[in-house]
Design a protein around this ligand. Structure first.
Ligand code: ASP
Ligand code: MG
Length: 266
C-alpha cells in the first residue's frame, strides 16, 4: 500500500520546516496528519475496534515526531532519518488496511517493507538487491499466505543489508509491488490507483483522452519516463525477466477493466 494522497508531501515538508527551525509549523503539520488518519479510523471502524488502531496511529506519529525533533535540534536532515520518516504514510495506511481487512473477516497482517525490500544505500532513490529481497520476501510472506493471512506491506520503503532505512523514489509504491511480484513469482500484478488506467493523454489537458486496453512494457515505460504519473518509471524492470503482466486499475471504478501492460502486443 501507498500513503494516502498528499501525505508524503506533508511528511517531507514537515521535515523541511524542522530543518529551517520552524518548530510551530512542524507541530501544526503533525497535528494535521494525526487528525486526518484519526478521521479515517473513525469513519472505517466501529467504536469497539478503534482503540488499538488509534494507539497505532499515535505511536507511528510519535516516531515521526521524534525524528522531526532531532532534525529541528540539528538544523539538518540526515538522509537515512528522512527516509525512515518519509515512509510513515505507508506505515499508517498498512495499519489501517490490515485492520479493515480484519474487521471484514479477512485475516491480515501489516508488514514493514524495510523488513523485506533489501536495497543499496542511495537514500531517497534506492535500488533493490533482488536476490536478497527474494530470500526475505519468501521467508516472511509465503508462510503468512500459506496460513491464510494476507500480508499488507508498506510500499515505497526498504532498508540496506545492514538495516538502514531507504526509500525507492517518489511514487515508489508501484515499484515495491513489482519487486514483490517478481520475487514471489506472481502470475500477474494488479496496481490499484485512482484513474481508469493508462490513457492516450492527460485527461486534465486533453478532455477526449481515452483509456488504452493494452500497452506493451516498452510503451508503458516510455509514457512513465516522459512523466505520465500513472506508473513509477522503474516499475516494469523487475517484471521483464519473468514476463509478468500488469493491470493498472481504478479502485474507485471496480467495473472498469483498466489497462493491461504486457511484454509484447500480440
Ligand atoms: N507515498 C510515496 C510518494 O508519495 C510513494 C507512492 O505514493 O507510491 O511518493
Ligand atoms: Mg502513491
Amino acid at each position: 500500500v501507498s500513503a494516502m494522497s498528499k501525505v508524503t508531501d506533508t511528511l517531507l515538508e514537515t521535515m523541511r520546516r524542522a530543518e529551517a527551525g520552524d518548530g510551530a509549523g512542524m507541530e501544526a503539520n503533525i497535528r494535521q496528519l494525526e487528525q486526518r488518519h484519526v478521521e479515517v479510523c473513525r469513519a472505517l471502524f466501529g467504536a469497539e475496534r478503534q482503540p488499538p488502531i488509534l494507539a497505532g496511529i499515535h505511536a507511528l506519529l510519535e516516531d515521526f515526531e521524534r525524528i522531526c525533533r532531532g532534525i529541528l535540534m540539528l538544523g539538518e536532515r540526515p538522509p537515512r532519518s528522512v527516509d525512515e520518516a518519509a515512509a510513515t504514510g505507508e506505515k499508517l495506511t498498512a495499519l489501517l488496511v490490515a485492520a479493515l481487512l480484519g474487521a471484514r473477516g479477512v485475516a491480515a497482517e501489516s508488514v514493514d517493507g524495510s523488513e523485506i525490500i533489501v536495497t543499496d544505500a542511495t537514500f531517497g532513490n534506492a535500488s533493490p538487491i533482488m536476490e536478497k529481497t527474494r530470500d526475505r520476501a519468501r521467508a516472511r510472506l509465503l508462510p503468512l499466505i500459506a496460513s491464510g493471512t494476507t500480508p499488507v506491506m508498506t510500499g515505497f520503503n526498504g532498508a540496506t543489508t545492514d538495516g538502514r532505512p531507504t526509500t525507492l523514489g517518489r511514487g515508489g509504491s508501484d515499484f515495491s509491488a513489482s519487486i514483490l511480484a517478481a520475487v514471489l513469482d506472481a502470475e500477474e500484478l494488479w496496481i490499484w490507483t485512482d484513474v481508469d488506467g493508462i490513457m492516450t493523454a492527460d485527461p486534465g489537458v486533453a478532455p477526449d483522452a481515452a483509456v488504452l486496453d493494452e500497452v506493451s512494457y516498452n510503451e508503458a515505460a516510455e509514457l512513465a519516463y516522459n512523466g505520465a504519473k500513472v506508473l513509477h518509471p522503474r516499475t516494469l524492470a523487475p517484471l521483464v525477466e519473468r514476463q509478468i503482466p500488469v493491470w493498472s486499475k481504478n479502485s474507485f471504478a471496480l467495473d472498469k477493466p483498466g489497462t493491461r501492460i504486457v511484454p509484447q502486443i500480440r
